[in-house]
Design a protein around this ligand. Structure first.
Ligand SMILES: C[S@@+](CC[C@H](N)C(=O)[O-])C[C@H]1O[C@@H](n2cnc3c(N)ncnc32)[C@H](O)[C@@H]1O
Length: 225
């Protein structure tokens, strides 16, 4: 008798719980579509240029999607980066996302590109966004020009010639400080150089994760302490 009562009570509780769970309010998909909100006039100005460059200069200039720009900004803020090095400036779109973080952290960006036309457009975009004071542009073949870097790097972003990533990694990983990150763009099977993927996944000094793999593919390798 007592056993039957316990079972009945258990069933009642389970049913009530199931009903309550089924009736819980669902979060509408739209509320997850977060956007970057400016917290001051400096950010507002940068975001306006980001928006314009994204709309008007995307075609033909191979710039990262907005969601990847936001990811670059977030990692830069998270590691409190003072020194960001970018290989592949293009027209400065990803560089502007870095600057959004660097204006807050008090850091600076050094960005490399081989293309004169795109570098000139980037210069104008950095000026329009009011970030020229924290950006150094280096024109030329980055496989050569990165040799001038000597200071520790907090964030290294690779977004130039895909078959060159391994060379950039070999030259610059020794400068990345412990706790710093190497972020590699276009880490999808059809874009990534397998030798590079091997190098960032088989190095015990690195913790590598891959994000946005259903889209552009971003590798984030944290250099361990
Ligand atoms: C994918 S785009 C960079 C996009 C940029 N990061 C953005 O999202 O705004 C690649 C850039 O790498 C540059 N590039 C390719 N090979 C290079 C090299 N050997 N040295 C320097 N820059 C190079 C190209 O000129 C091009 O502007």
């Amino acid at each position: 008798m007592r056993q039957a009562l316990v079972i009945a009570l258990g069933l009642a509780v389970a049913t009530a719980f199931t009903l309550a769970w089924a009736q819980r309010p669902l979060a509408p998909r739209a509320i997850f579509e977060a956007r970057t909100l400016p917290k001051n006039d400096v950010e507002k100005r940068i975001l306006e240029v980001i928006d314009r460059v994204g709309r008007e200069q995307r075609a033909g200039n191979m710039i990262v999607p907005e969601e990847d720009g936001r990811l670059l900004r977030a990692w830069t803020e998270a590691v409190g980066a003072k020194r960001v090095v970018e290989i592949g400036t293009s027209v400065g779109y990803s560089g502007l996302w870095f600057c959004l973080a660097l204006k807050g952290t008090g850091g600076a960006l050094t960005t490399f590109d081989i293309d004169e036309r795109r570098s000139a457009m980037a210069k104008a975009n950095f000026e329009a966004a009011g970030v020229s004071d924290i950006v150094t542009q280096v024109l030329g073949d980055a496989h050569e020009t990165v040799k001038q870097l000597k200071d520790p790097i907090d964030v290294l972003f690779l977004d130039a010639d895909k078959t060159g990533y391994l060379d950039y990694l070999q030259k610059l990983l020794p400068l990345v400080r412990p706790g710093g990150v190497v972020i590699a763009h276009n880490m999808t099977p059809n874009m990534a150089d397998p030798r590079f993927v091997e190098a960032i996944t088989n190095n015990p000094d690195l913790e590598t994760i891959f994000l946005h793999m259903d889209r552009s593919g971003v590798g984030v390798s944290v250099k361990k302490h």
